[in-house]
Design a protein around this ligand. Structure first.
Ligand code: MN
Ligand code: MN
Length: 465
């Protein structure tokens, strides 16, 4: 029997391209990826809000030898610094051996995720149940948030300036909170609604209590009881909600998914999966050639607005400080810099295959996704990375054994979305999107594959090498 390949088969191998499944191409990496993802799961559980993420990132950075940045100091290659922006976003830098005049390498991910924020005046009582009113943050499918156990996270700044940190629903034995939904027996009318209105915005009301403070003189005794319990635990009163930021998030912890444990299910993987992998790559950078700037930012889910989001100049200011330390014009630094906009993409979902274009989708277990453009319709709102930028990043990944794939955000004209990429391109920097494919993105329970998380880390590591 001849083992010889036919001419057509040889030509096919030489001329066509398919991204491999890492589980087939490199099965020995399954275990490495699983080990890496244990740290990631712990990171997810410790940081369910942007503030909690910044707090744990700074703690981890200090333990890894990072010091608070001082623009008046001189730093040597290999020295590591961090900058906190209002407790909601953070920058980390490892100084490189080359002068910053030759550019810096930026990796930006976001640490905010879609959720339910409490309204400024949230607490009310109706038919002897106490509730919180919420206003959703970011793109959620509202119907997914009913009958899901929720935890309460946030801060309250009291009148005397004292800042109280709130966290209920995360410790073993903690109570959780919930939005109710109708039983099927009474849902005939609700079932006629469009799915986008399955639960309406003003129906995202969170049950917080059902027992009264017993006193016939009190008009809203269940609300009063809830306030009494909050006051006992946190020393706050109803007026303090106006000086608070309280976020209701899924109480579920990060867990393995599947009999083979190949996937992770958790809240907030968009985009903490890229934040964690970027952070680990930043920590690994010892004496990189180019100075690194890892930016873990806030507000991406509402358009990168605000002074802790990427519309703010805080990244620009940081790079300008780095330039000034070398008496270099920052414009020169920007122009020679490269940036990864580290964000997730939609993984091809076989159950809903018609919203994807199979040849240009990302798949679980094929590695990190390089996304040339995001945007909607005719690439509107996209930075659309150049062929040169794509070539530069593909080369970095291929030279370092990174499994990567290409992906678009769904089929043409079926939707779209954006990332922080377009805000960074405004600085005259080459940017492309790279991240992890996610199933059920923006749902209370999102799914990623461990091999993809691992190879996204490897891509970021290679970028900083
Ligand atoms: Mn994202
Ligand atoms: Mn998102």
């Amino acid at each position: 029997m001849s083992e010889e390949k036919s001419e057509g088969k040889r030509l096919e191998e030489r001329l066509t391209w398919k991204f491999p499944h890492i589980g087939k191409a490199a099965p020995e990496q399954i275990e490495e990826a699983a080990v890496f993802c244990e740290g990631y799961k712990a990171f997810l559980d410790r940081g369910k809000t942007e503030r909690e993420c910044v707090a744990q990132i700074v703690e981890m950075a200090r333990a890894a030898g990072y010091q608070e940045f001082d623009p008046s100091k001189k730093y040597r290659p290999g020295e590591k610094v961090y900058v906190r922006n209002r407790g909601k976003s953070v920058l980390l830098t490892t100084f490189g051996t080359k002068p910053v005049r030759e550019g810096v390498r930026i990796n930006g991910a976001h640490i905010d995720s879609p959720r339910l924020d409490l309204k400024p005046n949230p607490l009310y009582e109706k038919n002897e149940i106490a509730y919180f009113k919420t206003h959703y943050y970011g793109g959620i499918r509202k119907y997914q948030w009913g009958t899901v156990p929720l935890a309460m996270h946030g801060v309250v700044v009291k009148k005397n300036g004292e800042k109280i940190t709130i966290c209920v629903g995360e410790e073993a034995g903690d109570p959780v909170f919930c939005i109710s939904d109708l039983l099927p027996h009474l849902a005939a009318k609700q079932n006629e609604r469009r799915l986008s209105e399955g639960l309406k915005g003003e129906e995202l009301n969170i049950i917080v209590g059902s027992l009264p403070f017993v006193d016939d003189k009190v008009k809203e005794p269940v609300k009063l009881m809830a306030l009494k319990l909050l006051n006992e635990k946190y020393g706050i009163t109803e007026a303090d909600f106006f000086r608070a930021e309280i976020e209701m998030v899924p109480a579920q912890k990060a867990v393995d998914v599947g009999l083979d444990r190949s996937m992770i299910g958790a809240y907030g993987q968009d985009d903490r999966v890229c934040a964690y992998t970027a952070l680990m790559a930043e920590f690994d950078a010892k004496e990189p050639a180019y100075t690194t700037v890892t930016v873990l930012t806030d507000k991406e889910e509402i358009g990168s607005e605000g002074n802790t989001g990427m519309v703010s100049d805080y990244l620009k200011n940081h790079i300008e400080y780095l330039a000034q330390m070398e008496y270099t014009d920052p414009k020169e630094v920007f122009h020679h810099s490269m940036c990864l906009s580290a964000d997730v993409n939609a993984a091809f979902d076989p159950t809903f295959s018609d919203v994807f274009e199979a040849n240009n989708s990302s798949y679980l277990n094929k590695g990190c996704v390089l996304t040339k453009y995001t945007g909607a319709r005719g690439k509107s709102g996209s930075n659309d990375a150049s062929a040169e930028t794509m070539a530069a990043f593909i080369a970095i990944m291929e030279e370092n054994g990174v499994y990567w794939q290409s992906g678009e955000l769904g089929a043409v004209d079926l939707g779209g979305g954006g990332t922080i990429a377009k805000f960074i391109t405004r600085l005259d920097i080459d940017v492309v999107d790279l991240g992890v494919p996610v199933l059920s993105m923006h749902a209370p329970f999102e799914i990623t594959a461990k091999l993809d998380v691992y190879h996204t880390y490897k891509a970021f590591q290679a970028f900083y090498r």
